[in-house]
Write a protein that binds this ligand. Structure first.
Ligand SMILES: NC(=O)C1=CN([C@@H]2O[C@H](COP(=O)(O)OP(=O)(O)OC[C@H]3O[C@@H](n4cnc5c(N)ncnc54)[C@H](OP(=O)(O)O)[C@@H]3O)[C@@H](O)[C@H]2O)[C@@H](O)CC1
Ligand SMILES: [K+]
Length: 491
């Protein structure tokens, strides 16, 4: 599990540790890790003679960069400092000058010649985008062809939210200290960070992070494994209400996902029974209303549904319900909040914007806030699709409200996404898959995050660098499952 903590938590852990250590020890640890990472990026034997520029802001972020510069200068690099901001970390600058570094006479000339640039303008103490005086320098650094390394965070991005207000550094790599910050894992900021490396400095952090990204072992621990005596009902039946005369394909894709999600059987309800059966004869089909379809342990409703009725009936069921796509357009928060069983909503940014009464752009710019707000407003687990898919659980108890991450536990960010997933119908596969995991007994947050994880992995496997269709993703799900679970085709 990769975990991320907001600034307040990192600062508290830093203060507790600093109280036990001699002055400067933490910054020294950070600088040592940063210098080692820079040496690695420059390549073996390339530190001596390398031309390095330190962009030094007014706080400790600049201090980290300056002390890393000291270490690199001692190894023979030519280090030049460009001062930004009202102050500079005086001790760090003095140490660098003693080690042979110098202050740039002509910052643009230094940047044009640089092999590596350290962005030490702001870290967790920064507010808003880059200040105007920094913008042309950062652009010059970007255009120079030098490796651009962000110290702790790319300057200009918001550590806690991943928002980018104005200009920010677009780094090739970010070396972060003590803990990942949410902004390093969530778009849009994540894209500015490049490859992120965590340098441990000994911080003791609380058990519950603000954000967490599951990895193979975590997902493997969540996936259902049928016992020898399980029958299909024991493994769970997932009901899928999807498709319409106009969009029969959505039904096929949702069923395709549901069949690969661990439920023992898939019950399809809707007008696309012929199309579904033609592709998946193992599906149980029903043409009447969902309430009369027979037993299910979880429902999926929405993909390609149009205005087909059934939503109220499904929401009244005492089993988990996943609502996607067209189902979301018809959704009343109160109807969801008052449900007797959990609900999972799986909007993309446009649908989330509609549900929140805001614009798609605002959702994209503030994904973490949007997913938390939706979870609180609907009292539901929300999976917000996108380049970094997020899953937020609702705050505990009806009407609990809540605006902090503690209210619904850590938000999960999916690390397996790929731009190839932005293809028609891939969301239908995800809905079916996640609904199937719900029917198999996973808790809503686990079903949604394991679903997103497998779905992303399957897309990567199916695509392998080429365009991919939604059914390819569904077909690759068993292989993704085996990857994660560590099972073999013969098991
Ligand atoms: N936490 C830890 O465990 C450890 C933390 N460490 C390090 O300390 C860093 C945090 O240092 P910090 O607190 O001094 O803040 P920091 O990010 O340097 O910026 C502060 C100053 O920047 C300015 N400024 C603000 N906004 C701006 C903008 N948009 N554009 C330009 N300037 C802007 C503003 O000053 P002003 O110019 O307004 O006077 C503000 O006071 C952290 O990220 C990590 O690198 C490690 O050394 C070891 C362990
Ligand atoms: K920085």
């Amino acid at each position: 599990m990769r975990t991320a903590y907001r600034i307040e938590t990192v600062r508290a852990a830093e203060a507790a540790l600093m109280a036990k250590l001699p002055p400067g020890a933490l910054m020294d640890r950070a600088a040592a890790g940063l210098a080692a990472a820079c040496a690695g990026l420059l390549g073996r034997g390339r530190v001596s003679g390398a031309r390095i520029v330190v962009l030094a802001g007014s706080g400790d972020n600049g201090g980290d960069a300056l002390y890393a510069g000291v270490r690199l200068a001692r190894r023979g690099a030519g280090v030049t400092v460009v001062r930004l901001g009202s102050r500079v970390h005086e001790a760090g600058l003095a140490a660098l000058l003693r080690a042979g570094g110098r202050v740039a006479d002509d910052p643009y000339a230094a940047l044009a010649r640089a092999d590596l640039v350290l962005d030490g303008i702001t870290g967790i103490g920064g507010h808003g985008g880059l200040r105007p005086e920094a913008v042309p320098l950062v652009r010059a650094a970007r255009e120079s062809g030098a490796v651009l390394v962000a110290v702790d965070l790319p300057s200009g991005v918001a550590a806690d939210t991943g928002e980018v207000a104005g200009e920010a550094v677009r780094a090739d790599a970010t070396v972060t200290f003590g803990a990942y910050k949410p902004g390093l894992l969530v778009d849009p900021a994540r894209e500015y960070a490049g490859a992120v490396r965590l340098v441990g400095i000994g911080l003791e952090l609380p058990g519950e992070p603000d954000l967490e990204a599951l990895q193979h072992a975590d997902v493997a621990g969540l996936l259902p494994a049928p016992a020898a005596e399980s029958d299909k009902y024991g493994r769970g039946v997932v009901g899928v209400v999807a498709g319409s005369k106009r969009y029969p394909g959505a039904a096929v894709l949702a069923v395709a996902g549901a069949l690969r999600g661990g439920a023992g059987a898939v019950r399809y309800v809707g007008p696309a029974r012929d199309e579904v059966l033609a592709r998946f004869p193992e599906t149980l089909v029903h043409e009447g209303p969902p309430g009369e379809a027979g037993r299910v342990q979880a429902w999926v409703i929405g993909p390609g549904l149009g205005d087909t009725p059934g939503l109220d009936e499904v929401l009244a069921a005492e089993v988990p319900v996943l609502v996607d796509a067209d189902g979301l357009g018809l959704l009343d928060p109160e109807a969801v909040r008052s449900r007797p069983a959990p609900t999972v909503l799986t909007p993309h940014a446009g649908e989330a914007a509609q549900l929140l009464g805001t614009s798609r752009e605002r959702v994209e710019a503030g994904r973490l806030a949007a997913v938390r707000e939706l979870a609180a407003r609907f009292g539901a687990t929300v999976l917000l699709k996108g380049s970094t898919t997020l899953v937020a659980a609702p705050p505990p108890g009806p009407g609990a409200g809540g605006d902090g991450p503690a209210s619904g536990g850590a938000v999960r960010v999916n690390p397996t996404g790929t731009p190839w997933l932005a293809t028609a119908g891939s969301g239908d596969v995800l809905s079916g898959l996640t609904g199937s995991l719900l029917a198999a007994g996973l808790a809503p947050r686990d079903a949604a995050s394991a679903g997103a994880y497998l779905h992303g992995l399957a897309a990567r496997r199916a695509a392998r660098g080429a365009p991919v269709a939604a059914l390819d993703v569904a077909d690759a799900l068993p292989a993704a499952w085996r990857d994660v679970a560590g099972t073999e085709p013969g098991d």
